[in-house]
Design a protein around this ligand. Structure first.
Ligand code: URA
Length: 433
């Protein structure tokens, strides 16, 4: 078999066979195929798409290119969640303890931030001592005893995706529905959980900019998961505005504590209740409304916050900073961005806000770059809020004073203030159960 024939076949719009897909996925994983031929094939897929049959084969081959986790040693159904990536998205830190406090079994593997979106592993590492690497025995012990672990993704999970994703990132082929669906679902299938809840983001901070596209992506991923025998749900949620008010690492952990201790409600709280409810519904076959009520009660009665502390303590983290969040480090410089106009915040470019927080030091522009856990942005106003001249729209936190000018420019370039109040968009566009 020759890769050039596969590229030409896809370029001309034909369906690839199982053997052809398997050939190029193996060649991506073992590095026998060069970047330039994989790039050409990815572009042909980007332009011509894939049939559902091709997509199922591609996902399965990518999943099988590395370890396939199995959790037979965990009692009960295991449950996972995945967000397609957003700004200020700290839902994992809130949803995992809610679900575990109600008897769910969660093996949550997460990544680091890259580009304008944050990563759960970076957020967890804001907690002093917290280890995102556990031995296989420790993982099983923790999940069976306390219901959850929150760890980094193992090195050999879907290695074909790792290679293909790094090529897509630099060849303009990220935002393709079949390529995103196979990339995400290969990792989810390889992670081994019985139940998977997808939070598919839609809007200026997401890969999918419209509800129609986000819905199409969600449908593909749900279908792939069900065909592979997993219990699936998807929530299509708004990423035109960051979730909550904090964008950064320390500040997002603090905001998660505020939600779990009942001090903060709003969009972040509502989305977490919805995601937790779906995880509980899939795990226990209970009606969704009952699961929503249970999730709310777990916050009200303090069970979920107690569970977060158990999880953190079992992974060597310092829980005293969760009881007293003033112990988290604060950045040396706090710069207030003030409004030059009066009116309504008409729109906020979510990607711009994520990029501004990266400039301040909260994220990385290159793999493995160190990050500043105390850097980030606290939003004081969000889309739909009224501002007067001089009102503080946001605070920029950083230890690198020189970054403030650039971050402010990138932030403000994405803010539109108007006399007109914007039509409010829903937090949740659609649910696929
Ligand atoms: N997240 C992934 O893991 N893969 C994609 O292609 C997009 C988002």
């Amino acid at each position: 078999m020759r890769i050039i024939d596969i590229i030409e076949k896809k370029r001309d719009g034909y369906e690839l066979t199982e053997d052809e897909i398997s050939f190029f996925v193996k060649g991506a994983a073992d590095n026998s195929l060069p970047d330039y031929q994989l790039s050409a094939l990815l572009m042909a897929i980007y332009i011509n798409g894939m049939t559902d049959i091709e997509l199922d084969i591609l996902t399965d081959e990518m999943a099988r290119s590395g370890d396939m986790k199995k959790w037979e040693m965990i009692e009960g159904r295991t449950c996972d969640k995945h967000s397609t990536g957003g700004v200020g998205d700290k839902t994992t830190l809130i949803v995992v303890p809610i679900v575990a406090s109600l008897g769910g079994k969660v093996v949550k593997m997460s990544g680091r931030g890259l580009g304008h979106t944050g990563g759960t592993v970076d957020k967890l590492e804001s907690i002093k001592g917290f280890s995102t690497m556990l031995s296989a025995d420790q993982l099983l012990e923790n999940v069976n005893r306390i219901g959850a672990v929150m760890i980094g993704q193992s090195g050999n999970l879907a290695p074909a995706d790792k290679r293909l994703y790094s090529i897509r990132d630099v060849t303009g082929t990220v935002s393709s529905i079949p390529l995103i669906a196979s990339s995400i679902m290969s990792k989810k299938l390889a992670s081994g959980s019985d139940c998977i809840v997808l939070d598919v983001k839609c809007g200026s901070g997401a890969f999918m900019k419209t509800p129609e596209k986000a819905n199409a992506l969600a449908e593909k991923m749900v279908r792939i998961g069900r065909n592979a025998g997993r219990r699936m749900s998807a929530v299509i949620s708004n990423m035109d505005i960051p979730l909550g008010y904090a964008v950064g690492n320390n500040s997002e952990v603090i905001e998660s504590v505020n939600i779990l201790t009942g001090k903060q409600k709003g969009d972040l709280y509502d989305l977490c209740i919805e995601l937790a409810a779906h995880m509980l519904m899939l795990s226990f076959d209970k009606p969704l409304d009952e699961c929503r009520d249970n999730a709310r009660k777990a916050i009200e009665d303090g069970k979920a916050f107690k569970k977060l502390k158990e999880i953190v303590s079992a992974q060597s983290g310092d829980i005293s900073c969760l009881d007293d969040t003033s112990k988290f480090g604060r950045a040396k410089y706090v710069h207030e961005i003030r409004s030059f106009h009066s009116g309504y915040i008409y729109s906020m470019n979510c990607e711009g806000i994520g990029s501004a927080s990266v400039i301040l030091g909260a994220g990385r522009s290159r793999i493995n770059m160190p990050i500043d856990h105390s850097a980030g942005i606290i939003l004081c106003k969000k889309t739909g809020d009224h501002v007067d001249i001089g009102d503080v729209i946001a605070e920029l936190h950083t230890n690198d004073r020189k970054s403030i000018g650039d971050a402010e420019k990138v932030f403000m370039d994405g803010i539109v203030i108007s006399n007109e109040k914007p039509v409010s968009r829903p937090l949740i566009y659609n649910i696929i159960e």
